[in-house]
Design a protein around this ligand. Sequence first.
Ligand code: NAD
Length: 379
Amino acid sequence: MKKVKTAVIGCGMISDIYLENATTQFSILDVVGCSDIQPEKASKTAKKYEIKALSMEEILEDPSIEMVINLTAPKAHYDVIKRLLYAGKHVYTEKVLAVGQEKAKELVELAASKNLYLGASPDTFLGAAIQTGRFVLDSGIIGEPTGCLAVLNRDNRVGAEFIPYIAQEGGGIGFDVGIYFTTALSYLLGPVEEVSGFMATRAPMRKHMYPSHDNFDQTYEVACENQMSGSLKYKNGVLGTVLFNSESIMNQYPELTIFGTQGILYLSNPDFFGGDIKVLLRGNAEPVVFPQNHGYAKNTRGVGAAEMAWSIRAGRTPMASKEIALHSLEIIHGIAKSSETGKTYRMETTFERPRALPRGYLEKSEFADFPADQEAALV
Ligand SMILES: NC(=O)c1ccc[n+]([C@@H]2O[C@H](COP(=O)([O-])OP(=O)(O)OC[C@H]3O[C@@H](n4cnc5c(N)ncnc54)[C@H](O)[C@@H]3O)[C@@H](O)[C@H]2O)c1
């Protein structure tokens, strides 16, 4: 199979795990270079991964580069993706597609009109945990799904001391992290029809609180939401509740649960690829951990880009598709709109539920001299 020549744009915090995985785990990707608006960052990253430091123009003008992985901050996504699509590149982007539903929609339409692939994170739903959840659900183990619950609490008062964009436009708890929950639920339950909810920015002005911070004691604006709650009606009849709140404490126990006619499926944190999946069946007091038989239990950021590269070669729709990304973003946008208007928001987009990955392709086999190859699941 001809590898897909790929470049990376954006050499910040998340680029390390992407490049580590892309250069060691995914044989379909041939990462040739990286770029950043701050060229010294690109040079440092290029040296570390033995690839070329490139300018944006060099990427745009090189016809051998087929695909670009966009790891810039959310505010830059729209411009970067648009330029790449106009240059004829397939694009895989970190979340979210763009800041603002209209801009995201425009990118999706542009990619479609140019017959180019556009894929987007979160790709954690390709990981072992949510794939196991999908297997449980599709097997009918909890019966028909009827309800779902997503609860996410963090402390962005602390987080914003280290990651500035989470206090900026597009970096709020719903769009930045709630998107993992809405995407996982989209993948498991299919499209949503209607949304209502509330959104708020508690304490919109605050001070940097750590003496080690360059701007200690200076006031900054929280230019995004930090509380969001919503009510979702899925096309398949499931009713759901979500709470995304970054004015609490960071904890290990975000909740993602699907309630069915015969049992309850407790999923793990959809920000991660692995984690225990538990099932509680009618008549039992305690849930049991369901055994996992899928690959990608570790931090496999970039698996969505690799699956998209395999999809390009196969001529099929990628799993982390622009359609599921746009729909999952629209759910959050819908909560915001409903909060503004005081009315229910009717969803405009839809998507085909992506396939389930085959089981049994694990990272390790029980025979040390026959290592398994989990990439086979993506082909
Ligand atoms: N940091 C995390 O833990 C994390 C986790 C999951 C996903 N993400 C996502 O990954 C993306 C990047 O996040 P990050 O934390 O690495 O941010 P970051 O700010 O550390 O890195 C972004 C990089 O993009 C560069 N950049 C900005 N605009 C650019 C442009 N127009 N052209 C070229 N380069 C440009 C910046 O110079 C910076 O080096 C975001 O979409 C974010 O939502 C981040």
